[in-house]
Design a protein around this ligand. Structure first.
Ligand code: UDP
Length: 247
């Protein structure tokens, strides 16, 4: 994240991709896209394309990682070598290791971990194409994949970033805005319970801007939550149709 002379927002308030400050990118989520996983989801947020697979709850492997009173979530965020314009090395980078932890921590509060003692839940995130905001899109998709796996949850987790370009707060930075903007604040929430499960800030913000960011994020979080629910309902309507057809 660095300041630059690139004009990221024009006089009329339009951004480099034609969006207004409070507009998020086009969002599409599909649940249950993988046959061999217990739960799965595919998300497109603008040019981001990410697939998430959930396995579990299953017996803990290795056994010493098991907790007697709860499930352990393991999360692996991975960027495909072809997901960015410069080929990314296939070996896990420090960034991927950190994002795996951050995403896990954003999801954990939503899962009834105590329902599944001594087990493990694996969350595999594969970023196929990246264009800014992959951590928040991954959290949104992973919540759908966990629900699709039938895992008991308090709420879904819906996530998006609020960024700053040209001195203004904007919703959902794309890759270019992320690279040349002044900062970004990824936020994940349990939308029904109204709890924040992730808040990060990369850049310099005033306390007022942080307050404004939470006001600004409310509407996009509602939209994301609606799309998550739509994707989950559609999966089950499709399953019922298939069962009816086979009868
Ligand atoms: N990116 C890249 N190469 C990398 C890592 C990231 O081109 O090795 C790009 C990618 O588009 C990503 C963006 O930089 O979405 C911003 O990355 P950041 O670490 O801020 O995480 P994100 O915004 O994706 O959650």
């Amino acid at each position: 994240m660095k300041n630059s002379n690139i004009q990221l927002i024009d006089e009329s308030g339009k951004r480099v991709d034609g969006r207004y400050p409070n507009e998020m990118r086009r969002l599409r989520i599909e649940a249950g896209v993988l046959k061999n996983a217990d739960g799965s989801a595919y998300i497109e947020l603008g040019n981001n394309k990410i697939i998430v697979a959930v396995y579990g709850p299953h017996e803990s492997t290795p056994k010493y990682l098991a907790e007697p009173d709860r499930a352990v979530i393991r999360c692996r965020y991975s960027m495909a070598p072809f997901s960015v314009s410069d080929r990314k090395s296939p070996s896990p980078s420090r960034r991927e290791v950190e994002l795996s932890m951050v995403i896990r921590q954003a999801l954990e509060p939503a899962v009834f971990l105590n329902e599944y003692p001594r087990t493990m839940i694996d969350v595999f995130i594969e970023v196929l194409e990246a264009d800014g905001g992959t951590r928040t899109a991954s959290i949104t998709a992973a919540a759908v994949a966990l629900a699709d796996a039938g895992i008991a949850m308090r709420d879904l987790v819906s996530a998006i970033a609020i960024g700053k370009v040209g001195g203004r707060l904007v919703v959902d930075l794309n890759g270019l805005e992320d690279q040349y903007g002044e900062g970004d604040m990824p936020i994940a929430m349990m939308p029904q319970l109204n709890y924040v499960t992730l808040f990060q800030a990369d850049g310099v913000f005033t306390p007022q801007e942080i307050e404004d960011a939470f006001r600004m994020v409310a509407d996009p979080i509602k939209k994301i939550y609606r799309e998550q629910k739509r994707a989950l309902k559609k999966k089950y309507v499709d399953v019922v149709r298939e069962v009816e057809k086979s009868e």
